[in-house]
Write a protein that binds this ligand. Structure first.
Ligand code: G
Ligand code: G
Ligand code: MN
Ligand code: NA
Length: 258
């Protein structure tokens, strides 16, 4: 409860931070996008594990407000960095299942879209929403409709932590997603782990068969990168490519390249 109150205060006082981790093309190694990740440093608690405070925020309901803040910050950085450095840059944000049961999520997505239309803006945000398999599993018509509406506004959707949940091929076919992100637990033993190698090869082939892009998460070595090239994985993310970094550091990283 103590942490919950501190988190509430941190949200009010805008003490949460958005960090960014690069996502690159497997073939060329070139930057394509970045994932926005929440970070929280509290005077008393120090750095709080995001998995821990996101779970608290989901239980307490604060994730709805936090999620809107994340979208607005991502919108801000997207416009700024596309204008300054790299017009094709896209940013991915994580969205909790809970947010799809709160009408403010779609309202905010629509607001971002409307603003970019109104300004006829060349630097309109390019945003991708990362959802989990759990959301697809809920199999509600209302959620599928929301996902469709979000796609119609030009936002992309990806499935995070793919392979750890229960999605079946039929869900992937019926849901309007663009990308699957293979969970890092499948990447970490590569290339030696034969079972993981088989699974990753199959996931890439299956996703491509359904016209989906594939991102490998948790890439930590050159050997893993080589394997991903061999199986034609599209994009990758991980410590070998770059760690999550504060927005100012990501901006310096961009300014060195563009
Ligand atoms: O950054 P790290 O890998 O430690 O993140 C841990 C977990 O926290 C991941 O599952 C990630 O999806 C989640 N997370 C990070 N940022 C956000 C966010 O902005 N919103 C939500 N809902 N989850 C996030
Ligand atoms: O669940 P989600 O995929 O949104 O969370 C991504 C998490 O994975 C972040 O907390 C990020 O810090 C972490 N991460 C990113 N790259 C690597 C990596 O190469 N190895 C490990 N172990 N974790 C990573
Ligand atoms: Mn993610
Ligand atoms: Na993930």
């Amino acid at each position: 409860l103590h942490v919950e109150l501190l988190l509430h205060k941190a949200v009010e006082e805008e003490q949460l931070q958005l960090w960014f981790q690069p996502i690159v093309d497997v073939e060329s190694g070139e930057l394509v996008s970045a994932e926005a990740l929440l970070r929280w440093h509290d005077q008393e608690l120090g750095w709080v594990d995001p998995e821990h405070f996101v779970e608290i925020a989901e239980t307490s309901g604060q994730i709805n407000t936090i999620g809107l803040w994340v979208l607005r910050r991502a919108e801000f950085y997207s416009k700024r960095w596309r204008a300054k450095f790299f017009n094709e840059l896209s940013l991915a944000v994580n969205v909790s299942v809970n947010q799809f049961h709160d009408s403010r999520l779609f309202a905010e997505v629509k607001r971002i879209y409307d603003d970019s239309q109104r300004l006829n803006d060349n630097e309109a945000p390019r945003l991708e929403l990362e959802i989990t398999e759990r959301l697809l599993l809920s199999d509600s018509e209302r959620i599928r409709q929301q996902l469709n509406d979000i796609r119609k506004l030009g936002f992309e959707l990806s499935i995070d932590d793919f392979g750890t949940g229960y999605s079946s091929l039929s869900y992937l076919k019926r849901c309007p997603v663009n990308t699957v992100k293979i969970d890092k637990s499948f990447i970490q033993g590569l290339p030696e782990d034969r079972e993981n190698a088989t699974l990753v090869t199959a996931i890439v082939a299956m996703a491509h068969g359904l016209n989906l892009k594939v991102i490998a998460e948790g890439v930590e070595s050159e050997a893993q990168w080589t394997f991903l090239k061999q199986v034609n994985c599209d994009l990758m993310q991980g410590f070998h490519v770059g760690r999550p970094m504060p927005a100012e550091d990501f901006e310096s990283f961009l300014s060195e390249q563009y």
